[in-house]
Design a protein around this ligand. Sequence first.
Ligand SMILES: *Cc1c(COP(=O)(O)O)cnc(C)c1O
Length: 433
Amino acid sequence: MTENLEWLERGAGHIWRPYTQMKTAPAALPVVSASGARLKLADGRELVDGIASWWCVAHGYRHPHIVDAVTRQAAVLPHVMLGGLAHEQAYTLAARLAARLPGDLSRVFFSESGSVAVEIAMKIAVQYHLNAGRRRTRFVSFAGGYHGDTFATMSVCDPEEGMHAMFTGVVPEQIVLPLPRDDDSRSLFSQTLDCHAGDIAAVIVEPYVQGAGGMLFHDGDMLRFLRRETEGRGILLIFDEIFVGFGRLGQTLFACEAASIVPDVVTLSKALTGGTLPLAATVAREPVFEAFLDDDPAKALMHGPTYMGNALACAAANASLDLFESEPRLDEARRIEALMRVNLAPLADEPGVVDVRCRGGIAVVQIDKTISLAGLGARFVDAGVFVRPFRDIVYVTPPLNIPEDDCSRLAEAICAVLPAWLRSARSRTPKNS
Ligand SMILES: *Cc1c(COP(=O)(O)O)cnc(C)c1O
């Protein structure tokens, strides 16, 4: 049955879509419902969702345990501000996150989006030093990194991705280095920290996988190197686990556990509510929090998003944590990795494919940079899956509990659609270009 799409036509002239050149972009696909790993379109088609709504939907759409929790909460207390007031869902969630995170990562500040959680981490880092009488205002981040779309978070993104040139003078200038993965980049990193020691508040990194910057993988040794180098100099280390947190890597619930590291601050969002409601958390170690304890009110953290700790969102997050505790999400992420590894392996030999890599619930096919992937998304829709290629990669990050059949369909669609696309791209492109 085809739905009445009057809303689509009426709103299309008014909505401003994300990351979209509105002049040339094809129409967005109208989704009328979703369940498990599938999206149902208005024309009745069902797509297997390879992206899980920007990686948030860890337990599948409309998981009954989360729906129940949100419904019950809505009937009692959908929201109350945290200014001077307390409610059970936020306090319970803070205590549970503190219990699950390693070491003394125990103080949880809630907000409503990942970018804001990173902004708060940055503000905490600067004020942590200020409260101790040190003025340190700069951050070190890494090429290929992504930490959000607001100005402060753009400043610690990859310079190209963060549009530093376009927004010169608006985006603060930070120190963006190559990931210290070999001897040269390691000594550059150490030298830079020495050079600017009195100026650097914190180093920020996405542990193990740089997500929106191109799904680039690195290892735990590098992260332990960052921990050693920052610790010795009194520089804070921020792990942005907004993408990799909550089992996406198939190793541990949080990436810092897999690296056996306790960062000074961790940011969480995306899968925190299982992809149901917006919520984010900035979690600080005890000594970081203690730097804000003083008789002087000016040493308090002056931040407080209106909707922070929203009760519906916290209820969803508590229910999502229940599922991580009661269902085998880490095993499931590893199952995705195993299936994708086997099924995508043949693509590595395709001309135009630069790399095929899988880790936990993330599978990536990287294409030669000169081949445009614009328009490829529509081919995937024709093949019954939702996959959103960007820049030079085709990737999937499905719900961790995606049924095996659906996961196979994602792999089959990529193996069917991509080689044909690459062949026609080569015939479109002259050989010497
Ligand atoms: C998505 C993401 C963010 C930004 O989160 P928003 O909720 O989109 O503001 C920050 N850091 C990482 C690693 C992310 O993947």
